[in-house]
Design a binder for this molecule. Structure first.
Ligand SMILES: C[S@@+](CC[C@H](N)C(=O)[O-])C[C@H]1O[C@@H](n2cnc3c(N)ncnc32)[C@H](O)[C@@H]1O
Length: 209
């Protein structure tokens, strides 16, 4: 599904209070709450998941990253309108995340319906490719987690051994996550469409080993 161009997105992103313009300046200082967890969603799309999560878990801090300008503009608007103070947007590429977060700073990384990049020559771009996992290991705390949801069986089957090889421990796995209710975990925009179409949702939680 190609994102339609949002003409006001570029202008909106220049003034949005939710957007962090220089994320590297927050390195080591993202989490202002001592008791809460620091979450990062990579590829947040229109931002619905992080917006609902931030409201559900007000003690935690949420950072959402999106590199598509139109999607980032929509997410920024959603975050500004959400009326929560524990949520910010980085308009940028998740490949740069070790410039923005200090080693061990993050508690949870969310990968929701990441682009599958089915062609082998594009495999490095998958958010579960070995190059990304090395960065996740650096920025995650010792007991930090990566939580992935996808409708794409091929991406899920690709990811399982890649995480294992990188030393992550598989904590939970489901091949039909929405068969039961999960009020603790909101549906993303993509997920809503797949669930309505009756597609199973694959989900895994890995812990940094
Ligand atoms: C298929 S969409 C899913 C959007 C949202 N997570 C959802 O479930 O509704 C994938 C999103 O990830 C973004 N994306 C892909 N690779 C990225 C990267 N390396 N850094 C930041 N965003 C990325 C794309 O621009 C796109 O908006």
């Amino acid at each position: 599904m190609r994102m339609r161009r949002i003409p006001w997105a570029a202008d909106y992103l220049t003034t949005s209070p939710s957007r962090v313009h220089a994320p590297e300046q927050n390195k080591g200082n993202w989490n202002s709450s001592k008791n809460g967890k620091l979450h990062l969603e990579i590829g947040c799309g229109k931002g619905g998941y992080s917006a609902v999560m931030a409201a559900l878990y007000p003690q935690d801090t949420f950072v959402a990253v999106e590199r598509n300008e139109s999607a980032a503009g929509l997410a920024a608007k959603k975050f500004d309108e959400a009326g929560v103070s524990n949520l910010s947007l980085v308009y940028g590429d998740g490949a740069d995340l070790s410039q923005w977060f200090a080693p061990g700073e993050l508690d949870i990384i969310h990968l929701n319906f990441s682009d599958p990049w089915p062609k082998k020559r594009n495999a490095k771009r998958r958010l579960s490719a070995p190059g990304f996992l090395e960065q996740y290991k650096t920025v995650l705390a010792d007991n930090g987690q990566v939580i992935m949801k996808t409708d794409n069986q091929a991406l899920f089957e690709y990811s399982l051994p890649v995480f294992a090889h990188a030393g992550f421990m598989l904590e939970e796995v489901s091949v039909d996550f929405r068969r039961e209710d999960h009020p603790e975990d909101p549906l993303t925009e993509y997920e809503e469409k797949f669930v309505q179409a009756g597609n199973p949702i694959y989900r895994a939680i890995w812990q940094k080993g």
